[in-house]
Design a protein around this ligand. Sequence first.
Ligand code: ADP
Ligand code: UDP
Length: 235
Amino acid sequence: MNKIKLIYEGKAKKVYETDDPTLAIFEYKDSLTAFNAKKKDSLQGKGRLTNLISATFFELLQSKNIPTHFVKLLDDNHQLVKKLKIIPLEVVVRNVSTGSLCKRLGVREGLNLDPPLVEFYLKNDELGDPLVTEDHIRAFSFASKAQVERMKQLSIKVNEILSEFLLERGIKLVDFKLEFGTDDDGNVYLADEISPDTCRFWDLSSSERLDKDRFRKDLGNVLEAYEEIWRRIRE
Ligand code: ADP
Ligand code: UDP
């Protein structure tokens, strides 16, 4: 499978057309951004780690019957995926309070959220990805009622699968963001990426941050944390 044409360059990945119109190639980049790209850096080897980590999570989810866009890993920085129409929502699942939730609601960091919170954000960089309610989603047709239900159901299942897998490896899955897309027949698939760029991982015993918060908060050793996640999840 060959890259034919660059169709999109985002903050973390390049997306290429292939000779099969139903498939796309993702190239994971070394660039790292936070706070809606106001903070930027590049870390050599980051793209390799997010590519390998995301592929591992998607393979696991696929094996547990979650429909995903993942087709196969191509090399250290590339993977083949189903080309989808992305639903313009980011689904965030939270098991522990932190980040924007604490800022928005003034609640303490580190509270266990049981049942987990599922939130929807509008995928719109210009607006800073605002939080939306299901009524907003319906009113402005960002997604159908059936798609919202399906995304919620799949997100909760993904949380269960990943939380258990990570717990066995000494990692608390604190929160994460998912994206979904549809194929030409309207089937909903889990898309985009699952990595330390899109999740919060805390070491179970020390609560050490093993994710992009090391970059957001200038904690140092960003690449080392990503390496540690890869070390713990690889076979
Ligand atoms: P951003 O657009 O936020 O800067 P990325 O750099 O990760 O993010 O770019 C990847 C883009 O590809 C995102 O816009 C994402 O929504 C989109 N995408 C994810 N999965 C698929 C897919 N299977 N098919 C088509 N586009 C996808
Ligand atoms: N997240 C993401 N992309 C975004 C916003 C959030 O991957 O555009 C992830 C983030 O890494 C975290 C979770 O979603 O794991 C919740 O993020 P939060 O809302 O707390 O936002 P932040 O603190 O990143 O502003």
